[in-house]
Design a protein around this ligand. Structure first.
Ligand code: FAD
Ligand code: SIN
Length: 555
């Protein structure tokens, strides 16, 4: 039933010899925190690096990150406390070695950012007097932020500046990676659309840093680029993916009809904002002893439940009791956002609703970001390093991108030097023409996002997951057999490839969610509401050609 998804190898026919070709020591797919940090590390280790981004460098999840980056930099804080917080939120599925590594190396990576000029907020004019925020699940105020709620932009600009200053790094924006090329079981490069033309870029090592999957859901905090391309292309090329059932929903996005679901950072609750329902009742203490600062899966589910109980469409974030001037200065982006919608935060609570925020599952990667496919690394949101387990602690993601980006970049440069393959290779692939009806790509994309939101969202159950798989299988028969010709309209071809990637990732998420018959972290099954350590303290790995997961128990 799922052959179109589990067997299609490349999204297009190609003959390498007939296409323009380039060679790089290291290709990095993605120009967010993970990709840029990887590129910098590879270039510093002497590799020539090509970074490709599907849109411009300012369109990434990294750019839009608000709340901050968690790091243990204060004497009263400790690595042990940050490790414990990460593991508590990860509910028994965190990889202990990965957590230790990220927390301990993360502090050094953040100090390095400061040395590169990142302007994190200070409490006073003193350069060493950094300001730290608190977010859900953290037992200590350890979240660094920049320009209040524009942390991602500052971090990205710092890394972009550093990358631009290194002559070994070339950055190719508006370049769409279509597929990873494999030869004799190794990843040897990428097929990409550059300036409307398909090109082959041979690489001694390839680093996948293509970010998240928010666009798989109708309601999401992620920008348009987040269509899970990396998850899907790695799966097609034969790399294993892991923990795909774990999708994180952020509790607080602005709920205004017709507006996109803009994130309202969790740090707002860290500064004392309350969640109230339509009756003005503050409800979070009924659901968790940490109230508004409970882990975000708990808060998201509590909001859904409260919406149900009060027969309403949303709840509210209430900051009326906080000092308005100070609040606007601390959260300038939020202040601008609510002004746009003529919401006066000092007199009116802000309407909010949860939305898909972060893809926890991804391409299975080891401590250097190496995947099960030789030659391919995966870092950042596209990867599954084991750091987050069943749920991600707030502000741990930028940190993960920095740490694994640096590790993978250095390792890839060293490994690239050992490669003896002489490029170009004479590779080709042919996809049979489709004889089936065309479906409207935009229609299927919208319907898929709605179905995922309704059936594979904050709450799931076996019947709806089964139905969703059937729907995905049906659409796949008509979408996965098509090829898209960029010579006609490049944007239409990209939309087609994105939909093929989205269907693949939705298949993996839905199948994994159906397989895990328990509730844990971000994965909540109404038909199996309890956590089941006896049977489910394990990861689910997915690799071609099987349609069933490979369970990997946790020692
Ligand atoms: P991204 O930053 O998303 O970069 C992905 C890159 O891959 C982009 O350059 C894109 O163009 C490229 N790409 C994708 N597909 C292709 C393709 N087919 N071809 C070529 N290029 C491709 N985390 C925190 O730790 N703290 C926060 O405060 C925080 N706030 C957030 C707020 C928002 C609104 C969002 C959406 C996320 C937030 N997160 C936060 C999560 C965090 O921002 C991301 O997980 C992290 O930035 C991911 O980094 P990345 O480098 O893996 O991917
Ligand atoms: C936020 O600012 O609430 C997002 C933080 C995160 O996703 O880690």
């Amino acid at each position: 039933m799922f052959e179109p998804l589990t067997q299609r190898r490349y999204l297009l026919s190609f003959k390498a010899a007939r296409l323009p070709q380039q060679v790089a020591d290291v290709i990095v797919i993605g120009g967010g925190v993970a990709g840029l940090r990887a590129a910098i590390a590879s270039a510093e280790a002497g590799a020539d690096v090509l970074v490709m981004t599907k849109d411009t460098l300012d369109e990434s999840n990294t750019w839009y990150a608000q709340g901050g980056i968690a790091a243990v930099l204060q004497p009263l804080d400790s690595f042990e406390a940050h490790i414990r917080d990460t593991e508590v939120v990860g509910v028994g599925l965190c990889d202990e070695a990965a957590v230790k590594l990220v927390v301990e190396e993360g502090a050094a990576r953040v100090i390095e950012l400061l040395q590169w000029g990142a302007n994190f907020d200070r409490q006073s004019g003193n350069a060493y007097d950094l300001a730290y925020g608190l977010e859900g699940g953290h037992s200590f105020a350890r979240i660094l932020h920049a320009y209040g709620d524009a942390t991602g932009r500052e971090l990205a600009q710092t890394l972009i500046g550093k990358a631009h200053s290194n002559d070994l790094i070339r950055i190719s924006e508006r370049t769409f990676a279509i597929d990873l090329i494999t030869h004799e079981g190794n990843c040897v490069g990428v097929l990409a659309l550059i300036g409307g033309q398909v090109q082959v870029i041979w690489a001694r090592r390839t680093i996948l840093a293509s970010g998240g999957a928010g666009q798989l859901y109708r309601e999401s905090t992620n920008p348009k680029i987040a269509t899970a391309d990396g998850h899907a292309m790695a799966y097609r090329a034969g790399a294993r993916v892991q923990d795909m059932e774990f999708v994180q929903f952020h509790p607080t996005t602005l709920y205004v009809a017709g507006a996109s679901r803009a994130l309202i950072t969790e740090a707002v609750r860290g500064e004392g904002a309350h969640l109230i329902d339509r009756n003005g009742d503050r409800f979070m203490n009924d659901y968790h002893p940490d109230g508004e600062l409970a882990p975000r899966d708990v808060v998201s589910r509590a909001i859904v439940e409260q919406i149900r109980k009060t027969f309403f469409t949303h709840v509210f974030l209430d900051v009326r009791h906080l000092d308005a001037g100070k609040f606007r200065a601390r959260f300038p982006q939020l202040a601008r956002l609510v002004d746009e919608f003529e919401i006066d935060m000092s007199t009116d609570p802000i309407p909010i609703h949860p939305a898909m925020h972060y893809m926890i599952g991804g391409v299975d990667a080891d401590e250097y970001g190496r995947t099960s496919l030789p030659g391919l690394y995966a870092v950042g949101e596209a990867s599954c390093s084991g750091l987050h387990g069943a749920n991600r602690l707030a502000s741990n993601s930028l940190l993960e991108g920095l740490v694994y980006g640096a590790r993978a970049g250095t390792d890839a440069a060293a490994e690239a030097r050992k490669v003896t393959t002489s490029f170009p290779l004479q590779l080709e692939h042919s996809v049979a023409p489709s004889s089936k009806t065309e479906l409207d790509i935009a229609d299927v994309r919208n319907s898929l996002r709605s179905v995922m939101w309704r059936n594979v969202g904050i709450e799931r159950d076996g019947e709806r997951l089964t139905e969703t798989r059937e729907i995905i299988a049906f659409w796949s028969r008509y979408v996965m057999d098509k090829t898209f010709n960029p010579k006609e309209i490049a944007a239409a071809a990209i939309a087609g490839w994105e939909l093929q990637n989205m269907l693949t990732a939705c298949y993996l998420i839905t199948t994994a969610a159906l397989s895990r018959t328990e509730s844990r972290g971000a994965h909540f099954r109404t038909d199996f509401p309890d956590r089941d350590d006896k049977h489910w303290r394990l990861h689910l790995l997915w690799g071609r050609p099987t349609e069933t997961p490979i369970p990997e128990p946790i020692d």
